[in-house]
Design a protein around this ligand. Structure first.
Ligand SMILES: [Zn+2]
Length: 142
């Protein structure tokens, strides 16, 4: 575990910015992920927020739901790139589309993995809201 974000922030991030930067949905301060999105060490998500100790997986198997979010994201990305490819090339070769869509799915998978969980926690989980009290002090000092 790294020691980032152990000091209280001067100002917490607004919701959209916090989501974009993969911050904890409860305190908007601690990081949800331990490493960068595109790296050779794979994706590592903290089990608890390093700042406020909020448990990200709110119940066992909770992130299975993120699979459906990721599915929806994939559909949108594939449609966008398929239509874009058609508009740019007017090709009728199925292999061009298969190749491009495979590449897109592969390249965007770390992005989908990360943002499907973020979207699930920020906007698709009822009763999970930003708590300004949690942002005031790191949990270890409370
Ligand atoms: Zn937190």
């Amino acid at each position: 575990m790294t020691t980032d974000n152990i000091n209280a922030p001067e100002k917490t991030l607004p919701e959209f910015k916090a989501a974009l930067h993969a911050k904890c949905p409860k305190c908007h301060t601690g990081n949800m992920f331990a490493n960068s999105m595109y790296g050779f060490s794979g994706q590592k998500m903290y089990t608890n927020c390093p700042y406020c100790n909020f448990q990200f997986e709110v119940e066992p198997g909770y992130f299975y739901v993120a699979m459906f979010v990721s599915y929806g994201m994939n559909i949108i990305e594939m449609l966008t790139f398929a239509i874009g490819t058609f508009m740019l090339t007017h090709s009728e070769s199925p292999w061009l589309y298969v190749g491009i869509l495979f590449a897109v799915t592969f390249i965007l998978s770390p992005f989908n993995y990360r943002y499907s969980r973020i979207m699930l926690l920020y906007w698709l989980t009822p009763n999970l809201h930003f708590d300004p009290e949690r942002a005031k002090k790191p949990w270890a000092e409370r």
